[in-house]
Design a protein around this ligand. Structure first.
Ligand code: IPE
Ligand code: IPE
Ligand code: MG
Length: 239
């Protein structure tokens, strides 16, 4: 793995499609839920690594709008894991100055997970180190529809006029309104697709796809992604 340069530009915002938990479990002849449990350890490792590297925003795709289609037992195991993780790790979020935020249609989550989420968000609200944004029951198309609905409502109320709409106003109405766009998008486990993740926000993100499965992803893998990022030339359509 090529070493990254800690003195060169570090991405301010890293977004990760944490994929491959099921395949990891299968490789070991274990049930899928054990892959998800191992994936939670990778989340913890990623938080530590981001803190160490000075990354300011980490967005993690944890559960998509489409993941509701999975067998009930898997969905329920994932929801339990989420509630358990939040309960157990919130003290360490506080200790490490991490602020938790969430994006997605969280009203669809079971009550227990929602309660833990709200508690954890509230307890970490004043932290000003890393911002951890978890995408839960998240779909980018759903987000764009929700933003459009909110804008239409404001127009109907006479709060805005059609000619007020521009990229900036639109972006403010996305769930990610207050966050900068990701600089670097990482997808683990090798799939070459976006799976309904941050379609608007990654317009000019650098994309890094690795075959490493999410439960195997650790700081050296993140550093390899950053090393790759540091070799890119971001032109934004210019010269
Ligand atoms: C990612 O791992 C976690 C979620 C989508 C919740 P997967 O569960 O998609 O693992 P694979 O892709 O089947 O290996
Ligand atoms: C994307 O992974 C969603 C998350 C990582 C939470 P999926 O495993 O659901 O994506 P597809 O089905 O391979 O596109
Ligand atoms: Mg998958």
């Amino acid at each position: 793995m090529s070493a990254f340069d800690p003195t060169a530009e570090i991405p301010q915002h890293v977004a990760i499609i944490m994929d491959g938990n099921g395949r990891w479990a299968k490789q070991q002849g274990r049930p899928r839920r054990e892959g998800h449990r191992a994936g939670a350890d990778s989340v913890e490792a990623a938080l530590e690594a981001c803190g160490e590297l000075g990354i300011k925003f980490l967005t993690l795709y944890a559960f998509s709008s489409e993941n509701w289609k999975r067998p009930k037992a898997e969905v329920s195991a994932l929801m339990k894991l989420l509630a358990h993780f939040l309960k157990e790790k919130t003290p360490s979020l506080i200790e490490n100055n991490i602020r938790l935020q969430v994006i997605g249609r969280t009203e669809m989550l079971p009550k227990s997970s929602r309660t833990e989420l709200e508690r954890s968000i509230e307890k970490t609200a004043d932290n000003d180190g890393l911002t951890l944004v978890v995408a839960l029951s998240y779909g980018s198309r759903e987000e764009i529809v929700d933003a459009t609905r909110a804008l239409m409502q404001k127009a109907t109320n006479g709060e805005i006029q059609p000619e007020d709409l521009d990229n900036e106003l639109f972006a403010q109405h996305l769930y990610t309104g207050e966050f900068p766009d990701p600089d670097l998008l990482i997808r683990t486990s090798g799939e070459l697709r976006l799976s309904n993740f941050l379609l608007w926000q990654i317009s000019y993100s650098e994309i890094y796809i690795t075959d490493t499965l999410w439960p195997d992803f650790r700081q050296p893998h993140l550093e390899a992604a950053i090393a790759d990022y540091q070799r890119r030339h971001r032109r934004y359509g210019g010269l």
